[in-house]
Design a protein around this ligand. Structure first.
Ligand code: 5GP
Ligand code: ZN
Length: 111
């Protein structure tokens, strides 16, 4: 699959993985929007949230479990999880990923 995050997950593009298991990888965002900005990426290529199916239920739960574990590791008591679906919502990489953001205060509503 000619996809940036598939290539990072397969280690074809060198990148410092801060987490890896059979289902997912995590690495720091190249343009961090907060002191902690980690991307949690399933190894399975799923283009966007809207493409998830019932069979991905456990995988989606797993991504959240990884996010929680990394939040603890980063010592974040408060953090924000973001999942952009579609260009209009800010998605720019077409491989589903969860943003874990922390280390500063966040406003609401988001931009
Ligand atoms: P999206 O806009 O799709 O929700 O998030 C994509 C994120 O991937 C952006 O925050 C962007 O900075 C990050 N990103 C894009 N290319 C790379 C890359 O090559 N390496 C890393 N570590 N992050 C990337
Ligand atoms: Zn992919």
């Amino acid at each position: 699959m000619n996809c940036l995050f598939c290539k990072i997950a397969r280690r074809e593009i060198p990148s410092e993985l801060i987490h890896e298991d059979t289902e997912a990888v995590a690495f720091r965002d190249i343009h961090p929007q907060a002191p902690t900005h980690i991307l949690i990426v399933p190894k399975k290529h799923i283009e966007k949230h809207a493409d998830l199916s019932t069979q991905d239920k456990a995988l989606l739960g797993h991504l959240h479990e990884v996010a929680r574990t990394l939040a603890v590791r980063e010592k974040l008591s408060d953090y924000r999880l973001v999942l952009n679906n579609g260009a209009g919502a800010g998605q720019s990489v077409w491989h589903l990923h969860l943003h874990l953001l922390g280390g500063r205060n966040f406003s609401w509503p988001p931009g």
